[in-house]
Write a new protein. Structure first.
Length: 281
């Protein structure tokens, strides 16, 4: 088939969320239809505790999965299913809110700051009210595939013969953390019909047809259809994440941390929050 080229390039918008955490909102409601089934990507990262210590105190989610990938520092979390713990660099949390979860995500003061990504993946209509599930993955469980001029950490799905620790979740997502040396080239297969995007963490990358520094750190690009993407690096090398998954093609009704298919389902969720019946399991 074809080589996927970037069809939309976006830079994150600085904003605050939670109790006052400074972050870069990379994509969100405005882009969600094109990024289907991915709803949102936040890049949080600061060496200044004032930017991250406020954290994300207890808040609800329903109808989505939130995927937190920590790059630096540590975050303490606990939720209404009884799951809890502290995640550190390279650890991943894959939280399926399903019918409802209430959780808190509180960064801990760290000499190297707290840096990471939070990705929201939409759940199909038939799974929005499923039982909540939580998967905590430690850095050591993530397979690392050497590529000759770098390495790929397989966070979810399968790549390069490796099977990531998160598998069998809705829409079969593949989520990779790619490190490339200077002057490297890498092909990543992303089967036709799936939505694919990348976000550059460090350095700069190019795609098949452009210069090797076309997408510097902080840039996200949606890839057009095809069955593989090709990346190259210039003199500084790069680190980036790439994710792809099957789109849902279902209506999106978005109410803050709750994403359903209809306005009525959202209204019901907020009524349940008010009357204390939101948490079912
Ligand atoms: Fe949350």
């Amino acid at each position: 088939m074809g080589i996927r080229e970037a069809v939309l390039s976006i830079r994150g918008r600085p904003t605050y969320d939670g109790a006052g955490v400074r972050l870069l909102r990379v994509f969100s409601q405005d882009e969600a239809t094109r990024f289907d089934p991915f709803l949102l990507l936040d890049a949080f990262g600061s060496d200044d505790p004032a930017d991250y210590l406020p954290g994300f105190p207890m808040h609800p989610h329903r109808g989505i999965e939130t995927v937190t990938y920590l790059l630096e520092g540590s975050v303490r979390h606990s939720d209404s299913t009884g799951s809890g713990g502290v995640i550190g660099p390279g650890d991943l949390q894959w939280m399926s809110a399903g019918s409802g979860i209430v959780h808190e995500e509180m960064p801990i003061r760290s000499p190297r700051g707290v840096h990471g990504l939070q990705l929201w993946v939409n759940l199909p209509a038939r799974e929005k009210m499923r039982e909540p599930a939580y998967r905590g993955v430690s850095a050591g469980e993530v397979p690392v595939v050497p590529t000759g001029s770098g390495s790929v950490r397989v966070l979810a799905g399968r790549w390069g013969g490796a099977r990531g620790p998160v598998i069998g979740v809705a829409r079969d997502p593949v989520y990779l953390d790619v490190a490339l040396e200077a002057g490297a080239e890498l092909m990543i297969d992303a089967p036709a019909g799936r939505t694919a995007f990348f976000y550059v963490l460090e350095g700069a990358i190019g795609t098949a047809s452009g210069p090797a520094d076309a997408y510097p750190a902080g840039t996200c690009a949606l890839l057009g259809d095809g069955d593989e993407a090709r990346f190259s690096t210039g003199p500084e090398g790069a680190r980036f994440v790439i994710a792809h998954a099957t789109p849902l093609g279902e209506p999106i009704a978005w109410g803050g941390p709750i994403v359903m298919n209809t306005r009525a389902e959202l209204d019901q969720a907020f009524r349940e929050l008010d009357d204390g019946t939101f948490i079912r399991r």
